[in-house]
Design a protein around this ligand. Structure first.
Ligand SMILES: [Zn+2]
Length: 214
């Protein structure tokens, strides 16, 4: 983890809030209006609402953070913007838009051989809406998915690396015998405190563990 940085929220020229953040992005630069306040420096564009919001809400998760391991399988979390997927066996693409291409493309076939030196993961796409739970997908599904997954590095990946990523990882843990509470705790303490977003996803995990779905 890089050195901690701080984002400042300014109201009438006075700093009213200062938050620690581990990622700064100057790409939108300068001072940005945030509601009736001004956010100094580090902000991101809310691509859904078209609003700006403080960058400290964003983490980077590039797939190097282990959430849990079981047998030879290691489950990691990632944010699609940051993911570094080479070397992984499988990417569970929970946002549905992650592409992991071969490192080299070329019309000269002798260079394509180099791709064989780099493990490109299989990408498994999910149709799963942001902030939601995956419907009535039950324990049998997660257990069957676990059985198909190979040994090695498995990366759960969504847009922010929090909601769907945390929920999928916790679902796999529950399929392996964890309680919902323990799985949520492990995802949040071992990976990111912002993971598993909102009550729908928490409720889904509790229902999954309770055997509510087939
Ligand atoms: Zn995070």
């Amino acid at each position: 983890m890089s050195k901690k940085k701080f984002a400042k929220l300014t109201r009438n020229g006075k700093v009213v809030m200062e938050k620690e953040c581990d990622y700064l992005d100057k790409s939108y630069g300068g001072v940005v209006k945030y509601g009736n306040d001004y956010m100094e420096g580090e902000v991101a564009r809310d691509w859904k609402g078209g609003k700006d919001y403080p960058r400290y809400e964003i983490c980077t998760h590039n797939g190097s953070e282990l959430i849990f391991t079981d047998g030879g399988k290691e489950v990691y979390g990632a944010r699609s913007y940051d993911i570094l997927a080479y070397g992984a066996e499988v990417v569970l693409d929970l946002v549905g838009t992650v592409t992991v291409k071969p490192l080299i493309s070329s019309g000269a076939p002798e260079f394509l051989e180099l791709n064989k030196m780099i493990k490109v993961p299989k990408v498994v796409r999910f149709d799963w809406k942001d902030h939601e739970a995956p419907g009535n997908v039950g324990m049998k599904f997660w257990q069957a998915l676990w059985d198909i997954l190979p040994d090695g590095k498995i990366i759960c990946c969504c847009a922010g690396g929090h909601g769907r990523t945390g929920t999928a990882a916790a679902s796999l843990m529950i399929a392996r015998g964890w309680s919902a509470e323990a799985a949520i705790e492990q995802v949040r303490s071992g990976y990111c405190s912002k993971a598993i977003e909102g009550k729908d996803q928490e409720d889904y995990l509790a229902d999954l563990a309770a055997g509510m779905f087939e």
